[in-house]
Write a protein that binds this ligand. Structure first.
Ligand SMILES: [Zn+2]
Length: 416
């Protein structure tokens, strides 16, 4: 009888240890200093969820993605590009591989798209002062990958030509660029639907119903700029009606936003989560490029005045050069179903939010309580280039020169 009790005691002890291991609040995996919260917001009754959160395992595996560093193959060769022809995604990739042959450039594959294209992060410079540029999230806004690619081509050409100012700049700064978040969308807009490799994908199957001049999502019909697992993504506050632009299934309509069945489930989103987590603790600015309307979004009403003041200063730099209009917090909806953008996500990381395994989103203790400080002092802005969507290369070229986007990018870098 006593022996039975001994066995029982040991079994209970083992179960207890396993329980403690499984319920550890703050887990640290690999080298990343990531806290996963076992808690959630205290006022969950105030919200209605319409998209499921991200699994903890998926979040951690996104952050721990094993990237592929591209080796240097040969001497750098000067690249000539001046918006005189379209560049399909393969041609962009060739440019990035050639840029990588410069000693000042490091090219890394940070993920794959739905249709199995590589997603790249390009790091230019050896300094510690770090700025991030993100472009090519919305398919039809393919001018921005061309703008930022033109900018970095000229930078590296000038560096290789031993321009003293550029050498000095790149010894002091690190410019981290994700030129095309949505490579399938980009390539489909440039080369047409027949270059979609996987013919079973939602967008290929529905190709005859889609006006590609306005198409924004990835090939699963998901708006990648609503799929990020930020605190208010895939939900709305009960006091607001869900915006009528938000839809609950894959969308082909230009004015609709589908956040995905699960937040963070799209491979392109996982690459963004990896990329944000890799760099956010070391940056002074985060710039995302979209198109349309020649405006700048620089405000997050739910976050700190400190963030909004810093971001407004960045927006002012852009406004001084371009005249693009700065939109204040009146233009930002929070809790109406339209959250989940890349700037929502990174501003929350910068504010010290952590991932909650309860909500499957970044978390702060209340949904609509304004946080009052930044953990990392960074400006975050969204620049909307161009008056409206266009596939006219002349209009795109004129935007770059008439609005002096090279100076915009350069002054955003040199502000710090
Ligand atoms: Zn956009």
């Amino acid at each position: 009888m006593k022996k039975v009790f001994n066995y029982l005691f040991i079994i209970i002890l083992i179960m207890g240890v396993l329980y403690i291991i499984n319920n550890n609040d703050n887990i640290k995996e690999n080298n990343n200093d990531i806290n996963i919260l076992n808690t959630a917001e205290s006022n969950q009754d105030d919200v209605i969820y319409f998209a499921k959160g991200m699994n903890k395992e998926d979040y951690l595996s996104a952050i721990n993605y094993k990237t592929q560093i591209i080796n240097k193959k040969k001497e750098y060769q000067k690249i000539l590009y001046n918006f005189d022809q379209y560049l399909d995604y393969k041609e962009l990739e060739n440019i990035y591989y050639n840029l990588n042959n410069s000693n000042i450039v490091n090219l890394e594959i940070i993920g794959k798209s739905v249709d199995n294209r590589n997603i790249y992060s390009i790091v230019i410079g050896k300094g510690n002062k770090t700025i991030m540029f993100e472009a090519g999230n919305h398919a039809a806004e393919f001018a921005n990958p061309l703008f930022i690619t033109k900018f970095i081509i000229d930078l590296v050409n000038n560096y290789e030509a031993e321009d003293k100012d550029i050498i000095n700049l790149l010894n002091n700064y690190k410019i981290v660029v994700l030129p095309v978040v949505n490579p399938d969308g980009y390539n489909t807009l440039i080369t047409g639907v027949n270059t979609i490799k996987n013919k079973d994908l939602f967008i290929y199957k529905n190709r005859n119903l889609i006006d590609f001049n306005y198409y924004k999502g990835n090939l699963n019909g998901v708006d990648l700029n609503r799929n990020m697992p930020s605190q208010n993504s895939g939900l709305h506050f009960k006091r607001y009606n869900l915006l009528n632009t938000v839809v609950l299934k894959p969308s082909i309509n230009k004015m609709e936003y589908y956040a995905g069945k699960y937040l963070g489930n799209e491979p392109e989103t996982k690459a963004l989560i990896f990329w944000h987590n890799k760099y956010y603790q070391n940056i002074f600015a985060y710039i995302t490029l979209h198109s349309s309307g020649r405006v700048i979004y620089s405000s997050k009403p739910n976050l700190s005045d400190e963030l909004n003041d810093l971001s407004n200063k960045c927006a002012q730099i852009v406004n001084n050069i371009t005249g693009y209009r700065i939109l204040g917090s009146d233009y930002e909806e929070v809790g109406e179903g339209n959250d989940g953008t890349t700037t929502d996500f990174i501003t929350e990381l910068l504010s010290g939010y952590n991932f909650s395994k309860i909500t499957g989103r970044l978390s702060y203790h209340k949904y609509d309580k304004k946080i009052n400080k930044l953990k990392y002092k960074v400006c975050v802005i969204n620049i909307e280039t161009l008056e409206s969507y266009t596939n006219d290369l002349n209009i795109i070229k004129n935007e770059y020169y008439d609005y002096n986007l090279e100076k915009v990018f350069m002054d955003l870098i040199k502000q710090y």
